[in-house]
Design a protein around this ligand. Structure first.
Ligand SMILES: Nc1nc2c(ncn2[C@@H]2O[C@H](COP(=O)(O)OP(=O)(O)OP(=O)(O)O)[C@@H](O)[C@H]2O)c(=O)[nH]1
Ligand SMILES: [Mg+2]
Length: 425
């Protein structure tokens, strides 16, 4: 795809096209705002936006014939290299539109896949994106064959009686199988790592892209991961320890952001990355309440959670960017969500309340232990401090009395350690 970029400064000049259909869930202008941010994230310059209101789509061209001619005219005037439709197109619609417009045409899914391809850093993320792209391109191979055969270095591999397109399809399928195998292998290894972490309660940040998940992760853990005002800044999951008010440590994971109409292939191939979400004991659903479409965004996130089987997980709504709202707006927003916590990752407002709420959640189902230890004893006290929440600490002469809550398996371990201590003492 990138090899075809032609504009002088290296950035493609893109015209965005949106069709306003009856009962569309999102305002067309806001939807094009998002498409524009996506185009920007993919490195293109948006030179124009064109919309059309229609009762239904045109089967051949998606837009009407007259509109297509108008777009073709604008492409010439503005020297556009690329037209991006804010919808998913069939391979035939792409071909027909390209014929009329005489520039490359891509749809929203292709744009998102391109961003992911640019942003992928780890081996796992790169393989996942390649898999999603290949699966997306397989039915469209007629258009992409030159591109693919170059990647595969496959010139001259044409078998007897086979056309180039069939060879390419076969190669693409082979590569898809290889990628799936490689990813399974990585996932198995990661599952072992995740299992090893099961000593700790795990919390995952989920939410629409650009809502401030990474900023919250930084604010809660003292990390300095890159949080930027662009879509899909984070592609790989990161996990860090976070201390709760009572001293207990939990694990917090930052994950890839979601978007409305997220390409299905992408969810499927990001299976392993989303494992952090599936394995979490608690989800923090972060919502950017300063965004005009935040309710729709929250719904999109919920539908992805449904798709990955996480919709019934315990979830706490975290309404972020409250610093951008006035008191009245904050009240109105809070009324829309059950039991939400209002925060600002930027100012730190509400973060103590959030830590307290997580702690309350963690302590549910934990067991209380009371131990009396010599003051100089370090091991049991340290274990309790890390895995539990200390409710009381009282010094009596050379001894310390600790009352704490811990998850059942850790409470059991403390009792064992105490028995060993008593036997020794
Ligand atoms: N005003 C304000 N801005 C915030 C707040 N939290 C985050 N931001 C900004 O919002 C932008 C996105 O923040 P990120 O933390 O990168 O968002 P994210 O959810 O991790 O986004 P992706 O990883 O791209 O999905 C950045 O420019 C942050 O500085 C907040 O509480 N208030
Ligand atoms: Mg992020």
């Amino acid at each position: 795809m990138k090899d075809q970029r032609t504009s002088v400064d290296g950035r493609e000049r893109a015209i965005l096209v949106g069709v306003e259909l009856p009962n569309a869930p999102v305002d067309i202008e806001l939807s094009l705002d998002e498409l524009s941010a996506l185009a920007d994230a993919a490195g293109a310059v948006v030179v124009d936006r064109i919309t059309q209101r229609r009762k239904s789509i045109d089967a051949a061209l998606f837009v009407g014939k007259g509109k297509a001619d108008e777009i073709a005219q604008r492409c010439k005037e503005l020297q556009a290299d690329l037209v991006v439709l804010d919808h998913d197109l069939t391979p035939a619609q792409v071909r027909n539109l390209e014929r009329v417009l005489q520039v490359r045409v891509i749809d929203r899914t292709e744009l998102i896949l391109d961003i992911f391809a640019r942003r992928a850093r780890t081996r796992q993320a790169k393989l996942q994106v390649e898999l999603a792209q290949l699966q997306y391109q397989l039915p469209r191979l007629r258009r992409m064959w030159t591109h693919l055969s170059r990647i595969e270095g496959g010139i001259g591999l044409r078998g007897p009686g086979e056309t180039q397109i069939e060879v390419d399809r076969r190669k693409a399928r082979e590569r898809i199988r290889d990628l799936q195998r490689l990813l399974q292998h990585i996932q198995r290894r990661k599952s072992l790592e995740t299992a090893a972490r099961h000593d700790f309660f795990t919390v995952a940040l989920v939410g629409y892209t650009n809502v401030g998940k990474t900023a919250l992760m930084n604010a809660l853990t003292g990390e300095a991961l890159p949080a930027e005002d662009r879509l899909f800044a984070t592609l790989d999951a990161t996990t860090r320890k976070m201390a709760l008010p009572g001293g207990q440590a939990v694990l917090l994971s930052d994950t890839v952001g979601f978007i409305q109409n997220i390409p299905h292939h992408l969810i499927a191939s990001f299976h392993a990355t989303l494992e952090e979400v599936r394995e979490a004991d608690l989800l923090l659903h972060v919502v950017d309440v300063s965004h005009p479409e935040f309710r729709h965004h929250a719904k999109s996130v919920e539908s992805v959670l449904l798709e990955i089987g996480c919709v019934h997980k315990p979830t706490l709504y975290v309404l972020n960017k409250c610093d951008l709202l006035d008191a009245e707006a904050i009240e109105a927003v809070a009324a829309l969500f059950d039991d939400a916590v209002l925060v600002s990752a930027l100012t730190g407002q509400g973060l103590d309340v959030l830590r307290g709420r997580i702690e309350k959640f963690v302590m549910q189902g934990q067991e209380q232990v009371d131990v009396v230890l010599p003051v100089e004893e370090g091991k049991v006290a340290a274990f309790i401090a890390e895995h539990g929440s200390v409710l009381e600490r009282e010094y009596i002469g050379s001894q310390v009395h600790l009352r704490a809550t811990l998850p059942p398996q850790h409470a059991h371990r403390v009792r064992e350690m105490m028995a060993t201590l008593t036997a020794k003492g």
